[in-house]
Ligand binder design. Structure first.
Ligand code: FAD
Ligand code: NAD
Length: 399
């Protein structure tokens, strides 16, 4: 009998952990497993605000896929997914095609603009390794350019972050921490640098603990960050942003962090979706497609307690990867499929410079202890992917 063909799309948190766990769950002759990813490396998405602001070498966030995957057991294909032909049970890649018996879609997310014009043309919105490199290089360039022009243009030293969600807050935390060094390095008076975080909702970090939000805002303001709350961005233009009240902020650097939607491959392939996320069955399969699992940021699951979707996080993506691997094993070898229920341990957000805020098992933490916790969480995801060896190689010192 032919071995069932399992194809996994995307080697982020969800896809890579599915591949790593499937290799453990299934014997050599029980399945043919293929992992497809557009790069030869996995990256720690949850760290990207650091290289983007220039406080971490981007190399640190990358993990060579072949270093954590047994390629005798899981075939790795470096290629770009173009479309899923679910009725023909095949995937169209840029350079080839793959047929499957079971498919795992773990292609992550794309920036959400909510229809705001100009984002893709004039803002930095890609939270990827290459995106982070570009933001960092651009920031450095703005500092060098400022002093090299005869006319001192304030917009070169004005940095706008769109969205005070966790991504925006973590990014400005790193940038605000780095600005004094940048000023020293490029002979720029620090009072010339303006950092804005612009948020549409009536508070930063909407839905998070108000006391911790206040802690974060006070700390960031003490480093020179200015918040504009309840103030949606209406348009991004060349050289700045236009706010809903008509005001304009001139800036040569707009970093977009207003949330995410699931991969565009989902809608392109004809899955019914809400903002690119498929409301999956409890066992993580797509409705009416029992051979397709959708996990990570492409999946939508409802928190029944509040009747709202869980936010897309690495914490959930990793847990889904494990359940997905066990459910594929059950389909192949027999057994009950598991229902997925997220085990939310908490949320911790870094603020740069050894500072963070968090709610862990319902307990509020902030300052150095929260920063310690954040680094431990960051190391844990490395541990799950590649064991202690990967933590030693890429991990963060918690102190
Ligand atoms: P990803 O990790 O994004 O992986 C998707 C993979 O698919 C990538 O390898 C990508 O290259 C590949 N891919 C995409 N399209 C294609 C294609 N067409 N063809 C081939 N390959 C493709 N969550 C937390 O829980 N805690 C945090 O502290 C946290 N911090 C964050 C900080 C930042 C700056 C950001 C941006 C997000 C953060 N998140 C955090 C959210 C978290 O990163 C995501 O929820 C998580 O990465 C989702 O995992 P995933 O496997 O679905 O997608
Ligand atoms: P988000 O949806 O959490 O926050 C986006 C923010 O942008 C919201 O507060 C929203 O009101 C605001 N916004 C939307 N449109 C706007 C506009 N036109 N002008 C101004 N503000 C606007 O998105 P995110 O911060 O990108 O995070 C994405 C996911 O990743 C979330 O699930 C988040 O929980 C997760 N994440 C977690 C961590 C962590 O746990 N430390 C860090 C980063 C991201």
């Amino acid at each position: 009998m032919n071995k069932p063909r399992i194809v996994i799309l995307g080697a982020g948190y969800a896809g890579l952990i599915t591949a790593v766990k499937l290799k453990k769950e299934l014997g050599y002759n029980e399945a043919e497993i293929t992992l497809v990813n557009k790069h030869q490396y996995h990256y720690q998405t949850t760290w990207l605000h650091e290289p983007a602001a220039g406080t971490m070498d981007p190399e640190r966030t990358r993990v060579d896929i072949k270093s954590v995957l047994d390629t005798n057991r899981v075939q790795f294909v470096k290629d770009i997914v173009i479309e899923i032909k679910k009725d023909e049970k095949k995937v169209i890649l840029e350079k080839s095609e793959l047929e499957y018996d079971y498919l795992v879609v773990a292609l992550g997310s794309e920036p959400e603009t909510f229809g705001v014009p100009g984002v893709f043309e004039h803002a930095f919105s890609k939270w990827t390794v290459n995106g982070a490199r570009q933001v960092k290089d651009h920031i450095d360039y703005m500092f060098s350019k400022y002093n090299n022009e005869d006319q001192k243009r304030d917009e070169l030293l004005t940095f706008v972050v769109a969205g005070a969600g966790f991504t925006g807050i973590e990014f400005i935390g790193e940038l605000s921490e780095r600005v004094p060094n940048l000023c020293k390095k490029y002979d720029v008076p620090q009072e010339k640098v303006k950092m804005y975080v612009i948020e549409a909702a009536p508070t930063a970090l909407p839905g998070f603990d108000p006391e911790l939000v206040e802690y974060a805002m006070n700390l960031l303001e003490s480093r020179g960050v200015e918040f504009k709350i309840n103030c949606p961005i209406k348009e991004v233009i060349e050289g700045g942003v236009i706010l809903a009240d008509g005001d304009e902020i001139k800036s040569e650097t707009v970093v977009w962090a207003t949330g995410v939607r699931g991969s565009s491959i989902i809608e392109k392939s004809g899955f019914e979706a809400m903002r690119g996320r498929v409301k999956v069955q409890s066992d993580l399969r797509a409705p009416e497609h029992d051979d397709v699992f959708i996990i990570g940021d492409c999946a939508l699951i409802i928190n029944e307690e509040i009747n709202r979707p869980y936010p897309p996080t690495a914490q959930i993506a990793l847990q889904q990867g494990e359940v997905c691997a066990r459910n594929i094993k059950a389909l192949i070898k027999g057994g009950e499929l598991e229902s997925f229920k997220p085990d939310i341990k908490g949320t911790v957000a870094s603020l740069g410079g050894g500072e963070a805020i968090g709610l862990v098992y319902g307990k509020k933490i902030y300052g150095n202890s929260a920063s310690f916790m954040k680094k431990m969480i960051d190391n844990r995801s490395l541990y799950i992917l590649g064991g202690p060896g990967l933590v030693m190689k890429k991990g963060k010192s918690p102190f």
